[in-house]
Design a protein around this ligand. Structure first.
Ligand SMILES: Cc1ncc(COP(=O)(O)O)c(C=O)c1O
Length: 353
């Protein structure tokens, strides 16, 4: 089938661009001796995760337990990191069950509360859970200080059912190297192991080597790019593999067209650009500004376009934030040179628990 025969709006991925991105990032990590642990929360599909592993990834990152269950159920059971505090009986029961089906499973913790829960569940179920301590590296989200990391490390080390595997942070700009060095030195002084030193974020993905202490790197968006990565120069338009194909359904006047996809298609992510807020980049009309949405309508300012899109015309949109965009869809249509090669179910969409 030709891409033009697909009904719209439809989420597509260009296989040539996808493979280029997978290869160029994997080559960087291989060259620097850092393990690449792709974050599957971006694509949420088994097919791409299998490609990432086949190209040399050391394992996968899954933000939520439900995403990890999908990956392991799909045969990706070698090495999974869940960089999230798993709390509560419902999830701890699922976690220990997952540990039995996974060759190596590691979770993050940033409190004694999380650690005690993990230990009680692991000991009761007779499994061992790997734990990394999440340290605060600049996002003001989860994570502890260097001193607290040592205290939690000591707690993990003596907790039944747990194995201390090191530390993780998000994001890890090169500027956090002194903090990481400080933590590792404190760990060494206290005889605490740290086989995993895990960094992450696509923004700093090609600077991971500036923190030589990192043993692995978690990047999610590198396979697909997106409007933000285009503006930042990390991906060219051609390398932005994830595209929503949408149709112009209305042109109320010569300054505005409306697409058949809004927040339920593109996601509600908005980015500030030099032209103002934007929801996505329209490949065929770089001068256009996709400035607003309703649930099912995309509002596009075409006043700056010399040639203007007409009703019935199809356009390709690079979403601002690929991860929530993918989460809006049931399937991803994989294309190459304009032909449909596969339709991949997005099994991990909506797996927020
Ligand atoms: C813990 C963690 N690691 C890695 C990533 C991947 O970063 P990116 O989305 O920039 O590829 C994220 C993204 O949210 C994250 O939360």
């Amino acid at each position: 089938m030709h891409i033009d025969e697909l009904d719209t709006p439809v989420l597509t991925i260009d296989l040539d661009a996808l493979e280029t991105n997978l290869d160029r990032y994997q080559a960087y990590y291989t060259k620097h001796g850092i393990g690449l642990r792709p974050h599957i929360k971006t694509h949420k599909t088994l097919a791409i995760a299998h490609m990432q592993m086949a190209k040399g990834a050391i394992g996968l990152t899954c933000q939520k337990l439900g995403e990890a269950e999908v990956m392991v159920g799909g045969g990706l059971n070698k090495d999974i990191l869940i960089p999230f505090n798993i709390i509560g009986k419902q999830k701890l029961d699922r976690l220990t069950a997952l540990a039995r089906r996974t060759e190596k499973l590691t979770v993050a913790a940033d409190s004694a509360y999380t650690i005690n829960g993990l230990s009680a569940a692991a000991a009761a179920d007779g499994v061992t859970l790997g734990v990394v301590i999440e340290v605060e590296t600049g996002s003001n989200r989860t994570g502890v200080t260097a001193q607290e990391a040592v205290e939690l490390g000591q707690l993990i080390d003596k907790s039944p059912g747990l194995e201390l595997r090191g530390i993780m942070g998000f994001p890890t700009a090169p500027s956090v190297r002194p903090l990481i060095q400080e933590i590792l030195s404190l760990f060494d002084q206290h005889g605490l192991p740290h086989p995993i030193v895990s960094g992450g974020s696509t923004g700093y993905a090609m600077q991971a080597h500036e923190i030589p202490e990192l043993t692995e790197y978690r990047s999610g968006e590198y396979p697909v790019g997106g409007y933000g990565h285009l503006v930042a120069g990390r991906h060219t338009v051609e390398q932005c593999a994830l595209r929503v194909i949408a149709t112009v359904v209305s042109r109320p006047n010569d300054d505005r067209v409306v697409l058949d996809g809004g927040s339920k298609t593109m996601s509600a992510s908005i980015m500030q650009t030099d032209k103002g807020p934007s929801i996505g980049y329209i490949v065929e009309y770089p001068e256009a500004r996709f400035y607003a949405f309703s649930e099912e309508h995309g509002h596009v300012d075409i006043s700056a376009c010399t040639k203007k899109p007409v009703i019935g015309e199809r356009v390709q949109v690079l979403p601002v934030h690929p991860c929530p965009c993918v989460n809006e869809h049931n399937e991803l249509v994989a294309t190459r040179k304009g032909r449909v090669e596969a339709v991949w179910p997005i099994y991990a969409r909506g797996k927020i628990r």
